[in-house]
Design a protein around this ligand. Structure first.
Ligand code: CP
Length: 308
């Protein structure tokens, strides 16, 4: 998205063309191979991390990314330590931070809040997760992981399992991978946690092959990638429903017996109970690689948005 001041922001993974994603992946691969040559690229620049919701990976990987580019970081990690607690609007917060920093990474519980920030800021805004809507930089981490594990983005069967209703990483991943030839999806969830209609309708309109099922074990032998997700407790209206659904899918070692030997198991993390820790040492487990890849892709994205 480009705002009225001509400033680019990243709100949805679809803000990036396939070619731009390829370029970001190439930059990230170059950073991995040549970290020292990037160590001063953002010298004198400041990243503001505005996190109105909890985070470990996204906030700290953005901060690590900026430090590894030679820049500095300011920000807050909870709404209560900002003037949002006094009633300041997202628009005014964005205008204010534009006076202090060069780029913003914002996480907010309300869908669309980063868009409001991007419309009002005079610096780029990166959506670091908005409610149950989108999480494009997690998708960038997922894409680099898929590229490094599979060597391609096309002709893959992707199983997405768990909370497909509230899982914003799922929505962004489907958007991103739907653009590649020969990709199909197996959407595995309880009835109550199926993908929202807007996601399903978009897949139908684009003729993306997908099936919806409750049966993880039945789907397992067909999958090239299994993307597990946590049931999003913070988005439920009542605790009773969460407790009933939270352990719908637990990936244990025996469930991988029927999987392909080159299956890649991804998870955006945090994990609660969806993947047994016994699987962490299985070569098919890629979720901690995703964590590291997220830092490299965020470095590449910061460079792109700052035009460095
Ligand atoms: N994947 C992810 O967004 O993790 P955090 O909530 O820890 O940032």
């Amino acid at each position: 998205m480009i705002n009225k001041y001509g400033i680019p922001s990243l709100l949805s993974i679809l803000d990036l063309s396939v070619q731009e994603i390829d370029e970001l992946v190439s930059t990230a691969e170059h950073i991995i191979a040549n970290p020292k040559s990037y160590a001063q690229r953002c010298k004198g620049k400041k990243l503001a991390t505005l996190f109105f919701e909890p985070s470990t990976r996204t906030r700290l990987s953005f901060e690590a990314a900026m430090y590894e580019l030679g820049g500095n970081v300011i920000g807050f990690s909870e709404a209560n330590s900002s003037s949002a607690a006094k009633g300041e609007s997202v628009a005014d917060t964005a205008k204010t931070i534009s006076c202090y920093a060069d780029i913003i990474a914002m996480r907010h519980p309300k869908e669309g809040a980063p868009m409001v920030a991007a419309m009002n800021a005079t610096i780029p805004v990166i959506n670091a997760g908005d409610g149950g809507h989108n999480h494009p930089t997690q998708t960038l981490a997922d894409l680099l992981t898929i590229k490094l594990e599979k060597g391609r983005f096309d002709h893959l069967v992707i199983g997405v399992c768990g909370d497909l209703k509230f899982g914003r990483t799922v929505h962004s991943l489907i958007d991103a991978m739907s653009r590649y030839e020969g990709v199909s999806f197996v959407l595995i969830s309880p009835e109550e946690l199926k993908v929202p209609d807007y996601v399903r309708n978009a897949m139908k309109e684009k003729n993306i092959p997908f099936v919806e099922t409750t049966d993880l074990e039945g789907a397992m032998p067909t999958l090239d990638i299994l993307y597990m997700t946590r049931v999003q407790r913070e988005r439920f209206f009542n605790e009773e429903d969460y407790l009933r659904l939270k352990d719908s899918y637990i990936l244990t070692a025996d469930k991988l017996d029927n999987a392909k030997q080159n299956l890649s198991v991804l998870h955006p993390l945090p994990r609660v109970n969806e993947i047994s820790v016994a699987i962490d040492d299985d070569p098919r487990a890629c979720y901690f690689k995703q964590v590291l890849n997220g830092k490299y892709m965020r470095m590449a994205l910061i460079l792109k948005l700052l035009g460095v």
